[in-house]
Design a protein around this ligand. Structure first.
Ligand code: PLP
Length: 404
């Protein structure tokens, strides 16, 4: 008989995106109930297709991918990524500074494992993509959340960041464009964040997986381009822009000033080597993929699916009494607010569960993104407008009678 307990660190980890509400949805689906899933940013589930060229370049070269690659990845892929960094004005990135990963997810975990000792702190946005908080916790560190301000288009609250720095703070995470809010940070905000990192010698971790999913003619600025004198770890990948989530294809680049960081870099190289290498067939997609901005391009323009769906969902949410939402500028998500006084919601996971059981629509509650108050939720607006409309009609109706 085993007497096994999970690691004590895991008792503090939440990953609600695939948690209790999602499990209940699976159970209902198993009973033959149709569930409308607005919970995961998986474009291939909603009729978006990976570009033909990408699929071809992988299948045609598959026989070259049967061996392990360099633990950081194929040189051809890393050269393409280094060129991409150059195009984004990310300074001082050679192929040796690039590591491919089984999705950005794996690299988030590696960067935290390689850095954190017990009690070290990382500044993480609230709301966040919850893998960041989970990865910090699993690595033995403490995620300290700084507020992103809904009143200021969900931009990071600079004074809150300053207040939360301590002698134990080692790094700061920026998710831009943001999951779950859809915010895109302007240059002035990024510059202020860089200045804080500069003054406190913090590593910046920039999760830019949505950098090619930007609308309304806005330009995405890589924060690393503003910080040539700092160590910046920039993450990116093809899951969303090229609709190949299942390939597990991501990378990170180490840019800027690396003096004093050799020990950390050696740790990252060790952790990278311990998994031998990332999935080689998916690395074959990178060179071809980075020649274009992705399979979602046309979709981001007026008349395109993502653009029109974003407009629809924003208007539909704002027309429901007691609901308001900031219009996203990028990514695939919107993070609406519920009027807490009106609906008396004390437990937003219960709200998501009740809505699921009643209306068969699955979405993720805001506290699942480390947002403290139970007054938000996240919607993935990937489905076609007619499907989103069904979901919004259901939500509007549900909120006429739902009170906790
Ligand atoms: N970072 C953010 C902000 C995400 O939203 C996601 C996935 O939704 C990831 C990282 C993980 O992406 P990948 O598929 O590359 O592991």
């Amino acid at each position: 008989m085993y007497a096994l307990q999970k690691s004590i660190k895991l008792n503090h980890v939440r990953y609600d995106v695939r948690g209790r509400v999602a499990a209940e949805a699976e159970k209902l689906a198993g009973q033959g109930i149709d569930i409308l899933k607005l919970n995961i940013g998986n474009p291939a589930h909603f009729g978006f297709e990976a570009p033909e060229l990408i699929r071809k370049s992988v299948t045609e070269k598959l026989s070259q991918a049967v061996a392990y690659s360099d633990s950081r990845g194929l040189l051809s892929a890393r050269l393409a990524i280094a060129d991409y960094c150059k195009a984004k004005k990310i300074p001082n990135v050679s192929p040796d500074d690039v590591y491919t990963g089984n999705g950005v997810s794996e690299l988030i975990a590696i960067t935290m494992q390689g850095l954190l000792n017990h009690g070290d702190e990382i500044l993480v946005p609230a709301p966040d993509y919850p893998l960041w908080t989970a990865a910090v916790t699993v690595a033995g560190g403490t995620a300290v959340h700084y507020i992103c301000d809904e009143q200021a288009e969900w931009n990071p609250d600079i004074s809150d960041i300053k207040k939360k720095i301590t002698a134990r703070t080692k790094g700061l995470v920026i998710i831009n464009p943001n999951n779950p809010t859809g915010a895109l940070y302007p240059r002035e905000i990024l510059e202020q964040i860089v200045e804080i990192a500069r003054q406190n010698r913090l590593i910046i971790f920039a999760d830019e997986i949505y950098d090619r999913l930007v609308m309304d003619g806005h330009e995405h600025i890589s924060v690393a381009s503003l910080a040539p004198d700092l160590l910046v770890v920039t993450m990116n990948g093809l899951s969303k822009s090229h609709i190949i989530c299942g390939f597990r294809c991501g990378w990170m680049s180490l840019s800027g000033d690396k003096t004093g960081a050799q020990d950390y870099i050696d740790g990252l190289t060790l952790l990278s080597s311990m998994r031998l290498c990332s999935n080689v067939p998916s690395q074959l997609a990178i060179e071809e993929a980075l020649k274009s901005s992705g399979g979602t391009d046309a979709s981001l323009l007026p008349g395109g699916r993502l653009y029109e769906q974003r407009n629809y969902i924003t208007e539909a949410l704002n027309s429901i009494p007691g609901v308001s939402a900031v219009k996203p500028k990028g990514a695939l998500y919107i993070f609406p607010r519920l009027d807490a006084g009106r609906f008396h919601i004390k437990d937003d996971e219960k709200f998501a569960l009740d809505f699921l059981r009643d209306k068969h629509v699955l979405m993720v509650h805001g506290t699942g993104f480390n947002w403290k108050q139970p007054d938000h939720f996240r919607i993935v607006y990937l489905p076609e407008i007619n499907v989103l409309k069904t979901a919004m009609d259901s939500l509007g109706d549900f909120l006429t009678y739902y009170r906790q």
